[in-house]
Design a protein. Structure first.
Length: 419
């Protein structure tokens, strides 16, 4: 019997089995890389409506001027198709391009520096093999002098960026440390929720410093502290990140994009890990007790609808149908106004912005319905908005400062400049 065909047949089968295994491993790596890209929220900055995914072109407002996101598809001319894995890692984690050019920290590489080698490998594989190349050429970032001198970023990085890998929290559970890794690295939550220094740097990059995630200001919105989240239960935090809404609040401003492109795609275990970490670091006092007498007084006056102030009348005419005389809204549908963070913020810019421009909750897998609040810029004057915002900030058990028409005018001008 000629055994050669038998050996050949076995060799072919073994080869086919090996190829299938390699392809399966590659598929798993691509799936992991796509998930890592969601954790890093790459799409939010590098994809814009009407253009190929990840082809860049998003205009990012900064204190330095307008910065445009780049094409990060594997196109060899306009994108990153010629990058080696090390060059890709240096761009993401160090803000250094293959030609030595320095990125501006609108790209959150100070946070991405903590991305693990394993996750970086998966991310690189997915961008090179899982993303469609595009020759789209985004606008070029052209800042005025001296910010146009990118070589100066070398000194900024030396002063404000650490190249240390992620450091687990000693004594914390595996779940808390998973949350810490996600928040401090890929999630780059500190880039918005940590206050900035004189050099426009994040004042802290991890929870060892009490300023980390203690709040800040972004494009005229007061960004709340995430430390402890004392007003929300763990499930309310998970719901907010997964759905863009919970029984108390709904997303607005920049956070809408974060939920739409990133956190709504996270696994339940990762959402719970983030929540566990934020609860673990603590740092915020519990919410003040509800002033039941003040709440009842506001409810009764709005219900009677007599001898109303201008702000109270405007509230009934424009807001009462959804947020009700109780100021509690509808759980999971219309956000609560009594004791809401955006309402009681020291800077009322976020509230004013929402009244003028409205807001729309994103459609997510776990909450596909899209709920929108109309903007009232066309029907309310600056003085009207000031009176309405003042009532909301001082009605029920809210005790925030009054709002001036001048402050409303500034927000309105800012919105018009972006039209």
């Amino acid at each position: 019997m000629n055994k050669l065909p038998f050996f050949i047949a076995n060799a072919v089968m073994l080869s086919a089995g090996y190829t299938a295994t390699v392809q399966a491993d590659d598929a798993a790596l691509l799936k992991q890389g796509e998930y890592i890209s969601r954790l890093g929220d790459c799409s939010a900055c590098h994809s814009i409506p009407g253009k190929p995914a990840f082809s860049g072109g998003l205009a990012i407002d900064s204190n330095l001027g307008t910065i445009y996101s780049t094409n990060i598809t594997p196109d060899k001319e306009q994108g990153i198709g010629n990058y080696s894995e090390q060059q890709f890692s240096d761009a993401v984690r160090k803000g250094v391009l293959p030609d030595g050019k320095r990125l501006y920290p609108a790209m959150p590489y100070p946070d991405y520096a903590k991305i693990s080698d394993e996750d970086m490998h998966a991310l690189y594989t997915w961008f090179m093999k899982g993303v469609q190349p595009s020759a789209e050429k985004p606008p070029k970032t052209d800042l005025s002098f001296p910010f146009s001198q990118r070589w100066g970023m070398r000194f900024w990085n030396w002063a404000f960026v650490s190249d240390k890998p992620f450091q687990p929290i000693g004594g914390a559970t595996a779940e808390v440390n998973r949350g810490a890794y996600l928040v401090e690295s890929l999630g780059h939550c500190g880039s918005c929720h940590t206050p900035r220094g004189l050099g426009m740097n994040e004042k802290a990059l991890d929870s060892r410093d009490a300023t980390f995630l203690s709040g800040g200001n972004l494009n005229g919105w007061e960004v709340p502290s995430l430390r402890g989240l004392p007003r929300w239960t763990g499930q309310e935090t998970v719901d907010y990140l997964a759905k863009g809404r919970n029984d108390k609040a709904a997303v607005g401003g920049e956070m809408t994009s974060v939920v739409e492109h990133s956190t709504s795609y996270m696994t339940d275990s990762d959402l719970k890990a983030i929540t566990a970490y934020l609860k673990f670091i603590g740092g915020n006092p519990p919410a003040p007790a509800v002033d039941e007498k003040a709440v009842t007084a506001t409810e009764n006056k709005l219900t009677a609808a007599k001898n109303l102030s201008t702000g109270e009348r405007l509230y009934l005419d424009n807001c009462g149908a959804c947020h009700f005389v109780t100021g509690k809204g509808a759980p999971g549908v219309f956000p609560q106004l009594d004791q809401a963070t955006i309402v009681n913020a020291d800077d009322p810019g976020g509230l004013i912005h929402t009244i003028l421009a409205g807001a729309q909750q994103p459609s997510t897998a776990k909450a596909p319905s899209t709920l929108a609040m109309p903007g009232f810029a066309s029907r309310l004057s600056d003085e009207d908005v000031a009176q309405l915002a003042t009532f909301i900030r001082q009605g029920w058990s809210n005790k925030a400062a009054a709002v001036s028409a001048d402050r409303v005018e500034k927000v309105r001008k800012s919105l018009k400049s972006k039209e």
